[in-house]
Structures are given as structure tokens and as C-alpha cells.
Design a protein around this ligand. Structure first.
Ligand code: GMT
Length: 376
């Protein structure tokens, strides 16, 4: 049994989901898990044995024009390392968590190993900002071990930061207890969707990198040939522009904006096809969630997407911005029941073969073991 601290962004987002699900599964295997975060991670939705939560409480001292969250987090990490005698502190998302963890390790008296997992924009957006490059490089080089969620992200990290540190790829996984093909009676009806209407779905934080407009342009073509609706799940900076685009294209009756949703796996049970047309995507956890529910997908040839989605097996890969081909593939799949079923079955199998939680959690455990053996 090990004592493992975990820090992540606790609000909605794939890195927080992975960190929390990992903590829950490690606790099920007998480890003691200590979340050190600014609020309770949203997937920590009930009491779990062997899972503890330590809140990072911000000080509002009037001298601080900018309350120092990073230092408060580092101090809290150091306190928890010493009090709980943590063996491992596993931080998700380099900025600022890796740097805070290193500072905490320096402050704490109890020896601890730092594992940093890179998730995507901590490298592909933040590390190319000159203000952050050297501090992110420092965080990576001084972690005891670094993992990334795809081969593509390792390659980008090496290219952008020119670092020597080996980075291990440990792919993301899904919680099989939550994501599986469900049959929910009357759900389509409740959303005003007729039974014979095909449902396309896109789930994201509506940031520019997600190119939600390409999803809408793809759907515009699809609905001309296939009786269909588009469900847009999530919220973010592009939301207003996307509402306007749907109005301009006259698609209001066929596109539903559902905003942020918690029960994604329920909504996925209505979906026939997922679209992810991003220009940056280190992994694309939503694709995996869709696949685990038997939903084929179309994604761009970007970042880690081709490591998750298998072209012509579980869906299709198109070039960035290629709504024309995305629509062609979508129409082809949605009008061929036999092919759709094959892609759906392939998706389920692909998740079981490569992204099973058991396999991935074992990989993290093996990494912790190696680090702790180095001590002896
Ligand atoms: O970087 C972000 O956009 C947020 C981040 C997150 O915290 O959810 O997403 C990244 O990490 C996910 C979990 O590993 C990946 O599935 C996403 O592909 C990745 N996002 C990007 O690379 C844009």
C-alpha cells in the first residue's frame, strides 16, 4: 500500500477526470489517496473509502493584489507530504502543479517522489508562451518521473522544450462502470428527437482550438442527406458565436445546445456519431468516452487523435478544416446500418484492448514502484 497525493484542476476537464478516476481506482486497490486541490474534484461525487481531500485555502491578505495561489498550493502540498508521509505526489497538468510540487518537495522533511502527467495545452499552448517556457521546462526536468497521455504529446514536448528527460506514454482510460452502451427508454423522445432521426454529437469546452464551427459546417451538409440532429454539449468562449452561426445557417430546429452536462454517458446513449474537429488535441478523452458507449467518431488528423480513433475501423480521420470529407464519411456511415454496427462493435473492442482502466492503472502503479525502488 502506498500513500499517494494527487493534484489536478478540480473543475470540468479531461485532466481532472483522469486524475480523479485514477485516484478512485488506486484507492480500490488499497492505496491511500490524498487529493490536494482548490475544491472537491467534480468526479469525487460521493464518499470513497481511503480517499481524503485537502483543500487549498486562499489567503485574502489585503497586501496581495494577486493572491498567490501557487505558493499556497505548494505550502499545502508540503504540509500534506509531511503529515501524511506521502510516498508519491502525482500532479496532473504541468502548469503550475509540477513547479508547486517541486517547491513542496524542497520544503517538506519527508522524502517524496514527484510524478508529473502532461495533458496537452500545458505544453502545446502554455509552453510556447515565452513567459512560461523555462518554468515548465524546470517543472518537467525536476520531476522524478514524467508521463504524457499520447506519443504525439511526448514528441511535441521534446520539440518545444528540447529536454533530455525521458517521458513515458501512459494513455488515458475510461471508467467502465460509467461508460458502456446504455439503453435509456424514451430518452430521444424527451429531447424531442424522433426515433428514426440520427444523432450527431460534439462535446467540448467551446474554446477556439475545438473548431466547433467545423462541426456545424459538417452537420449542415449531413442534414441535407440524412434526417438528423446535432447535440452540442459544453460551454466556453465560442458558445455565443456558435449560436449565431447556427442561426445564420438556419439550423436552429436541428441543433440543440445543451450546455454543460454531468451525465454524458446517458446522452451518449442517443448518439450515432461523435465529431471532434480540433486543431489541438493531445488525446481527445471524449472520443474514448464515445467509443466506450459504442459511438463511432470522426476526428481530425491532429495530435493524439489518431492514437485513439482508428481510421475506417472505429470511425474516420480527416484533415483539419475538412468538413466536406467529414460530411461525406458521416453520410456514408449513417446510411449503412451494417457498417455502422461494425464500427460500433470495433469501438467497444478497441477500448477494451487498449484503454482498459485496469491496464492503465497498472502502468501508473508500476511507475510508482520503480521510483520507490530507486530509493532502496
Ligand atoms: O488542455 C486542455 O484543453 C484541457 C485539458 C484538460 O484538462 O481537460 O485537456 C487535455 O487533456 C485531456 C486529458 O488528458 C485530453 O483528452 C485533451 O485532448 C487535452 N486537450 C488538448 O490537448 C487541447
Amino acid at each position: 500500500m502506498k500513500k499517494i497525493g494527487i493534484t489536478c484542476y478540480p473543475t470540468v476537464g479531461g485532466s481532472g477526470v483522469i486524475a480523479t478516476e485514477l485516484g478512485k481506482l488506486l484507492a480500490e486497490k488499497g492505496h491511500e489517496i490524498h487529493f490536494i486541490t482548490s475544491s472537491v474534484p467534480f468526479r469525487l461525487d460521493k464518499v470513497y473509502p481511503k480517499v481524503y481531500y485537502h483543500q487549498v485555502e486562499m489567503s485574502h491578505y489585503p497586501v496581495f493584489q494577486y493572491p498567490p495561489y501557487d505558493l499556497t498550493l505548494a505550502a499545502k502540498m508540503a504540509e500534506v507530504i509531511d503529515r501524511e508521509k506521502l510516498d508519491i505526489l502525482h500532479v496532473h497538468y504541468a502548469m503550475p502543479h509540477a513547479i508547486c510540487a517541486i517547491l513542496a518537495r524542497d520544503i517538506a522533511k519527508h522524502p517524496v517522489k514527484i510524478v508529473t502527467t502532461l495533458h496537452g495545452t500545458d505544453i502545446t499552448v502554455l509552453a510556447i508562451d515565452n513567459a512560461f517556457t523555462s518554468i515548465i521546462r524546470h517543472g518537467i526536468e525536476h520531476s522524478d518521473a514524467v508521463t504524457a497521455v499520447s506519443n504525439s504529446l511526448v514528441q511535441q514536448t521534446n520539440e518545444m522544450l528540447d529536454i533530455e528527460k525521458p517521458i513515458e506514454v501512459i494513455h488515458n482510460f475510461i471508467n467502465e462502470q460509467q461508460y458502456y452502451p446504455k439503453k435509456i427508454h424514451n430518452l430521444k423522445y424527451q429531447f424531442g428527437i424522433e426515433e428514426d432521426t440520427k444523432v450527431l454529437i460534439h462535446i467540448s469546452n467551446f474554446r477556439k482550438v475545438k473548431r466547433v464551427q467545423d462541426v456545424i459546417y459538417t452537420f449542415e451538409e449531413v442534414q441535407k442527406d440524412v434526417k438528423s440532429q446535432l447535440l452540442l454539449i459544453g460551454d466556453g468562449p465560442e458558445y455565443g458565436d456558435m449560436l449565431r452561426l447556427v442561426d445564420e445557417l438556419g439550423l436552429q430546429d436541428k441543433v440543440q445546445f445543451l450546455g454543460k452536462q454531468n451525465n454524458i454517458s446517458d446522452i451518449l446513449s442517443m448518439a450515432d456519431l461523435m465529431l471532434l474537429m480540433s486543431e489541438k488535441e493531445s488525446f481527445g478523452l471524449v472520443l474514448l468516452e464515445g467509443m466506450a458507449c459504442g459511438v463511432p467518431s470522426i476526428g481530425t488528423n491532429i495530435g493524439g487523435i489518431p492514437e485513439v480513433l482508428k481510421h475506417e475501423e472505429t470511425g474516420y480521420i480527416v484533415n483539419l478544416g475538412d468538413s466536406y470529407n467529414a460530411a461525406k464519411y458521416a453520410i456514408d456511415l449513417l446510411t449503412d446500418d451494417e457498417k455502422w454496427q461494425m464500427f460500433s462493435d470495433n469501438s467497444l473492442q478497441h477500448v477494451r484492448d487498449y484503454f482498459a482502466s485496469k491496464t492503465i492503472v497498472n502502468q501508473y502503479e508500476a511507475l510508482y514502484d520503480t521510483l520507490l525502488q530507486e530509493n532502496n
